[in-house]
Design a protein around this ligand. Sequence first.
Ligand code: HEC
Length: 210
Amino acid sequence: MTLGPNTRRAVAGGHFHRAPRGFALSASNGKSGLEFESGCASRRRDIRALRKLADMRKQLLRTRLPIVIGLIVATGCSTSHTNTTASPATTASPPPASTTNGRSIFQTGKDVSGVQIVAREPPLFRSCAACHRADGSGGVHLPGGAVSADLRHAALVTNQKQPYTIALLERAISTGIDNTGASLSPVMPRWKLSKQDLQAVAHYVFTELK
Ligand code: HEC
């Protein structure tokens, strides 16, 4: 399938610098399905085209087509018909629940349900951020001469001979064994987390601390 000439103009001249990924319209009859530039004179044809697009949208739910329709209608001839056939532009999807949970545990020491995380021995501080800082950069001097580790990606992965993986992070967080197999300072708590919480916080450290 290719973009019809009118479509390409509508897209390029109007609101996009490039055709959105996955966006394609059939022009098998030699005419484009979109003929919006002609203004309100061809409104009825436009409405038919919009209805056709609405049908196509159902088959192309995962494409950017709804956004295209929304933008074209928002700037074109707005009638009650077009309003009912168009769907509003989609907004950015929220982060997955596990990311929200991982962030909550790291920053506040409580998971998304408000449950305080606990460790084998009572920890000196109750959140990861209290020792490792909110951005994970660490370097905080703690009692007993311990210095909290830098948990950002460069420190844990890029600059490591044996880079951390999410599984190795889970091990370090729950048992205090680091990526090389060595034991971490006892100031780093051995956290007792549910499987879900452990995965969430390890994933958060691995992917969100830059
Ligand atoms: C009471 C302070 C404290 C708290 C709270 C704390 N840490 Fe640590 N953490 C440390 C210290 C200190 C080290 C460095 C230990 C060492 O160098 O042997 C460390 C090391 C680590 C390491 C190993 C890094 C490496 O370079 O091998 C990881 C991973 C880690 N912490 C994750 C976490 C996570 C996730 C949390 C929250 C669930 C957390 N820490 C909470 C003090 C803390």
